[in-house]
Ligand binder design. Structure first.
Ligand code: 5GP
Length: 219
């Protein structure tokens, strides 16, 4: 396998709204330069600090539906009255460049990725407890009461899916959780399927040694 053919890893990160996935991903990106964040499409209105094209591509319901019909999404799902989807072409282009692609998506979408991309690694981020999750959601002051209730109800609906993920990380302290995520990414990167270039280089070193040996014998 040549460098050009080397495929990147697909990493799915899920967890209840308010658990701190965004912060963890940002911190992880500061540590590793091979990470690419897939920017999703959503019909949700932007929050005050959110930038179109950076945090999400904010689109109308009609545009979202058009993309669904054109098969543009690797996965898509509804969440708390809004639709969210991952661009298939964006993800494939990044994987083809050998980059590690992070998807921050909810559980229904994650299960679709599991079906369509069995090579993906699924990580679920847990808060230390329900009470802590509730405190974080109220504390960040980005949602109104009704939206917070919907997000907490959604967190409950996620419970049966957590065991379907490959890894679970508890976000008690950001620095510790980032360490754990980094360790997981390092371990996944050592799977033999991602180490083909190293394995082939090792194979070549044998061939070279054997060829040199034959030359020496001939002298
Ligand atoms: P928020 O509105 O708080 O940014 O995101 C709400 C939920 O939607 C989060 O759980 C987030 O992980 C999820 N989400 C964001 N983008 C996508 C996407 O492209 N697909 C799916 N299925 N979920 C997404």
């Amino acid at each position: 396998m040549t460098e050009a053919q080397k495929q990147g890893q697909l990493i799915v990160i899920s967890g209840p709204s308010g658990v701190g996935k965004g912060t963890l991903i940002e911190e992880l990106q500061k540590r590793r330069d091979d990470l690419c964040f897939s920017v999703s499409y959503t019909t949700r209105a932007p929050r005050e600090n959110e930038v179109d094209g950076k945090h999400y591509f904010f689109v109308t319901q009609r545009e979202f539906q058009c993309r669904v019909e054109q098969g543009d999404f690797l996965e898509y799902a509804g969440y708390a009255d809004n639709a969210y989807g991952t661009s298939r072409s964006q993800v494939e282009a990044m994987l083809d460049r050998g980059q590690t692609v992070i998807l921050d998506i909810e559980t229904k979408g994650a299960m679709q990725v599991r079906e369509r991309r069995p090579d993906a690694t699924l990580i679920y981020i847990l808060p230390p407890s329900y009470a802590e999750l509730k405190a974080r959601l109220y504390g960040r002051k980005t949602e109104d009461e009704a939206s917070i209730r919907k997000r907490l109800a959604q967190a409950k609906k996620d419970l049966p899916y957590i065991s379907k993920y490959d890894f679970v990380v508890v976000n008690c302290q950001v620095a510790l959780a980032v360490n754990e995520l980094n360790e997981i990414l390092c371990a996944v990167g050592r799977k033999s399927c991602y180490m083909q270039d190293v394995i082939q280089q090792y194979n070549r070193s044998f061939e070279e040694a054997e060829a040199t040996g034959r030359t020496q014998q001939a002298q």
